[in-house]
Design a protein around this ligand. Structure first.
Ligand code: TXA
Ligand code: MG
Length: 322
């Protein structure tokens, strides 16, 4: 049985696995991560293999202290200090200049490394006891839904990982925001659990990444991602006639519409509140994915605050089936 309670004894079992160069799945406040010793090339290569993840897609190193950050990345900008003071531990990933100890397999050959300190005590204990940064992508198969519960990990990777530490449902529910901060630029690479507005209030305007076909390295540039394994499209009342005779599942923002057309419906946030909506997003998609449906229709949410990250994930899921 891969899923185990996240008590101290089991966290230490997981640490042993990391020391042996093996993989463990663990909870963070955003989504579950598939972790390996971030400074061990062979261990890290197992992550790519288990996820069937393309090697051009670099990983995030998870740290439990600012010392650990300084061990793997160098930076001079005072803004980094401001950001870590305000948002760490929390769903903000910083892309910084890497130090030599970080193997290129982690960064997919880039001279920068992505680092974050997760706001989850199980994750922090795991990293702290291990004493080194833990490389971890979301614990899903490549381009599938991100996991927000231990069972989601087991469903996708149960045969590839011995230990899944169960920390319950992830509080934030969408991945971290990723920004790259260098001397003369600050770029929002992926919208996520901390809003653009919150960051800009602290360090000034962020720019958007220059999109080039040659550099799929930056996150958010893969147009297809996070997709359920049954077709998904945005809900549009005028298009419902196109889906006649299909078994539909519906995900609505705060109230169900045309409920008679659906086999089952779910609400992201009865309170119309974006944190609640984000925390339900992937678990609703996982739930519907397991049912015998022909299609999922999901209502757009307002593109403000966390709604930007939610719409980013949903658009990528829909793109898979266009
Ligand atoms: O919330 C999260 O960030 C979760 C939890 C487990 O921490 N992790 C996560 O990892 O979402 P993953 O691997 O699914 O997404 C990491 C993203 C990728 O899109 C990758 O391209 C980007 O981070 N990334 C990593 N290193 C980078 C770098 N040096 N430069 C630009 N992007 C980088
Ligand atoms: Mg992912």
């Amino acid at each position: 049985m891969a899923i185990i309670k996240s008590n101290t004894v089991n966290i230490k079992l997981a640490v042993n696995k990391l020391q042996d160069g093996e993989l463990v799945a663990f909870p963070t406040e955003t989504v579950y991560g598939l972790g390996a010793d971030g400074l061990n090339e062979i261990a890290v290569s197992k992550i790519f293999e288990a996820k069937q993840r393309p090697s051009f897609n670099p990983l995030i190193l998870h740290v439990s202290s600012l010392e650990m950050l300084s061990d793997v990345a160098s930076f001079t900008s005072d803004k980094i200090r401001l950001l870590t003071d305000k948002f760490w531990p929390g769903p903000l990933t910083l892309v910084l200049k890497k130090k030599d100890v970080v193997p290129y397999i982690v960064t997919s050959g880039l001279d920068t490394v992505a680092v974050r300190m997760p706001a989850n005590n199980v994750a922090l204990d795991l990293i702290e006891y291990f004493g080194k940064p833990v490389a971890a992508p979301s614990a899903n198969s490549f381009s599938q839904l991100s996991p927000t519960e231990a069972e989601h990990v087991e469903k996708q990777l149960g045969d590839k990982v011995d230990i899944i530490l169960d920390g319950g449902r992830c509080k934030v529910g969408v991945e971290s925001t990723i920004i790259e901060v260098a001397e003369n630029s600050q770029v929002l690479l992926r919208p996520g659990g901390i809003t653009r507005k919150e960051i800009e209030e602290l360090i000034g305007p962020l720019s958007d990444p220059a999109i080039t076909e040659q550099s799929p390295n930056s996150p958010g540039q893969l147009k297809i991602h996070y997709a359920p394994n049954i077709p998904i499209n945005f809900y549009d009342e005028s298009e419902l006639t196109n889906y006649k005779n299909l078994k539909l599942g519906g995900i609505f923002f705060s109230e169900v519409k045309n409920h008679k057309k659906f086999e089952i419906t779910k609400l992201l946030s009865p309170k119309r509140e974006m944190h609640e909506a984000a925390s339900n997003l992937f678990s609703h998609l996982h739930d519907l994915e397991q049912l015998d449906l022909d299609m999922i229709l999901v209502e757009r949410v307002p593109k403000k605050d966390l709604g930007i990250a939610i719409m980013d994930r949903l658009t990528k899921a829909v793109n898979k089936y266009l």
